[in-house]
Design a protein around this ligand. Sequence first.
Ligand code: ADP
Ligand code: MG
Length: 282
Amino acid sequence: MIQVSHVFHDYEGKGKFAVSDISFSVEGGSIFGFLGPSGAGKSTIQNIMTGLLPIQQGEVLYDGKSVRGLNTGFFNQIGVSFEQSNLYTSLTGLENLKYYAALFSVPTLSPMELLERVGLREDANKRISHYSKGMKQRLTFARALINRPKYLFLDEPTSGLDPKTAVRIRELILEQKQRGAAVFLTTHSMELADALSDTVAFLYDGVIAAMDTPEALKRVYGRRDVRIVYREDGEERERVIPMDQREELTAFLANVDVVKLHSQEATLEEIFLRVTGKELTT
Ligand code: ADP
Ligand code: MG
């Protein structure tokens, strides 16, 4: 389990905090979705958690051990997929994975099998300099899985991928959860966060504005509407009434010839806007 408590980070030491008082935990066998617009502080948190940025204030614990004192053994236990792919461009995809696998002192997965899983089998022997952005991203993702990490960090794993590949990557992320990994997923895609996360945190301007299961966020912040299709004067008509307006809803339903009823749930995107007052996509 990963526990983050009261983390603050000030890049320039001038009292301007990129992230403030961040606390949450990620259990093994679960996916924690960190959702927020560009500049919210997502990568800052991921970099502090993985030890890339020295921790200034607060604490990050891995199964009770502080990130401050982690030794090289920790490297064997984590997998990190960065937003910017950092691959060896003069090597092929297969060579990149083989080189990376050799750095670990734990059993690693077969590079060729991994390439197959992310749809890069055909491109295994191409140099990275000839890879497209999406191919590089898939390779970076595959690389993060090679040591079967106990803690997996994924920064925007599906952005810019075609829908079919994105589905494949989603399945692979769920598999990581099923084998017991603690997955920290950073994204500005509410759809991805909603589909995969056990817990979602809304990050905005360096603070967590809300945090819960996607279902609970919808229950608490999402107003549900009822869409009523009814017949009047021989024609089908439609009306939308918020579910909490019980009296209006019952009165309306009692007086029309109802054809269909739908209850529609707010999306995480709408809830994000309601909680933070800010669009997720900006
Ligand atoms: P996100 O990943 O959510 O897009 P970041 O963590 O990259 O957000 O950035 C959070 C804030 O910290 C932004 O205001 C950004 O400008 C600032 N920031 C990020 N990296 C640095 C840096 N190396 N030096 C100074 N400020 C930074
Ligand atoms: Mg980022």
